[in-house]
Write a protein that binds this ligand. Structure first.
Ligand SMILES: Cc1cc2nc3c(=O)[nH]c(=O)nc-3n(C[C@H](O)[C@H](O)[C@H](O)COP(=O)(O)OP(=O)(O)OC[C@H]3O[C@@H](n4cnc5c(N)ncnc54)[C@H](O)[C@@H]3O)c2cc1C
Length: 309
């Protein structure tokens, strides 16, 4: 008998899970509440251009299975190596350059990575699931049910999930667009330490490769929490801090704020996924660090485990 899986959550972990099930000969469908899938790998069209408002980049890491997926994306032009060097600003504004692992980006926007994984998978978009239980989704038989989403979102769907509650942190992503580029070409991105409003600045035109004069700025934790009920109000202090740090002498011509209530887990579990009969969980809290590669690996591992059961 082959396994039949219903995945609730159309982010990267949900599709990694569905593909692993399908590749092992099982059947899988994905339900997502968004008009388009992607989850936190989100690109939003602003002033006619897709801007990455979720994950800034991804790192391949040492998972050979994920490395093969990324190599295939690179060969087909869906992902590209972006940079291994970012700036880091100290509290007094001092800038240093820091090298690390290669960070990858998607020329068509990060959502395109998930859309590629979704290709050929049975998907129902625009449906908000309200209740799940073992083998049940909204009161109907659903085979093995997988919740591929942050734990606080999963918890809302079922009272019987035998799992300790997890703490998650918010982030507000602020898009700032100018008429022309007004910062150094080799900025790529910058970690910001000690600023009350800004934690990371990404050069969206640089990572996407089209040179658009757009920055995406992620708020520092306290600012995200403080402005969660009125995300637009954080734009002014974020724009001011960004201009000061990068020496930009003009106001942006267009701005946008996107609120991520559950941006990242405060702690990761270290386990690859959560499994109980008929109802399992995967996502970026399941692994070594909350990241795109972790979410993919968690979904892939759960899908293979379900198919093998
Ligand atoms: C601002 C920000 C910056 C980040 N930066 C980085 C970075 O630089 N590098 C990195 O590696 N990672 C980064 N991340 C983390 C990365 O985006 C995530 O690890 C990854 O995208 C998680 O994928 P997922 O599939 O586990 O969850 P998600 O992408 O959250 O997918 C969950 C899905 O479930 C759906 N859903 C929820 N409830 C329901 C329901 N009731 N019914 C139907 N569907 C539902 C949602 O619509 C969503 O599509 C960042 C995240 C954020 C928010």
């Amino acid at each position: 008998m082959t396994v039949d899986v219903t995945v609730v959550g159309g982010g990267i972990s949900g599709f990694a899970c569905a593909r692993a099930v399908r590749d092992a000969g099982g059947t899988a469908r994905v339900i997502d509440r968004g008009r388009r899938p992607g989850g936190r790998l989100a690109s939003r069209t602003i002033d006619g251009r897709a801007v990455d408002i979720g994950a800034s980049y991804f790192v391949v890491g040492d998972d050979e299975r994920f490395a093969r997926v990324v190599a295939d994306w690179e060969a087909r032009g869906i992902a590209r190596p972006w940079t291994d060097t970012f700036s880091a600003f100290d509290a007094d504004g001092t800038e240093t350059r820091k090298s690390g692992p290669m960070r990858w980006a998607a020329p068509a926007g990060s959502r395109s990575l998930v859309l590629d994984l979704a290709d050929g998978i049975d998907l129902e978009s625009g449906r908000e699931v309200e209740h799940v239980g073992p083998h049940r989704v909204d009161g109907k038989d659903a085979g093995e049910v997988v919740l591929a989403m942050p734990e606080p979102q999963a918890r809302r769907l079922g009272h019987g999930i035998p799992l300790a509650p997890q703490d998650w942190e918010p982030v507000i992503a602020v898009v700032l667009r100018w008429e022309e580029r007004r910062w150094p070409a080799d900025l790529h991105g910058a970690f910001v330490n000690g600023d009350p409003h800004v934690s990371f600045i990404a050069d969206d035109g640089d990572r996407r490769g089209d040179g658009a004069p757009v920055l995406v700025v992620h708020t520092a934790g306290d600012a995200a929490r403080g402005f969660l009920d009125d995300a637009a109000a954080v734009i002014a202090p974020v724009a001011a801090a960004t201009r000061r740090l990068l020496g930009i002498d003009a106001e942006p011509v267009s701005t946008h704020a996107h609120r991520w209530t559950f941006a990242r887990p405060v702690h990761v579990t270290g386990e690859p996924f959560f499994r109980s009969p008929g109802l399992s969980l995967c996502g970026d809290a399941w692994g070594e660090s909350p990241a795109v590669r972790t979410a993919w690996a968690s979904g892939d591992a759960l899908g293979r485990a379900l198919a093998a059961s």
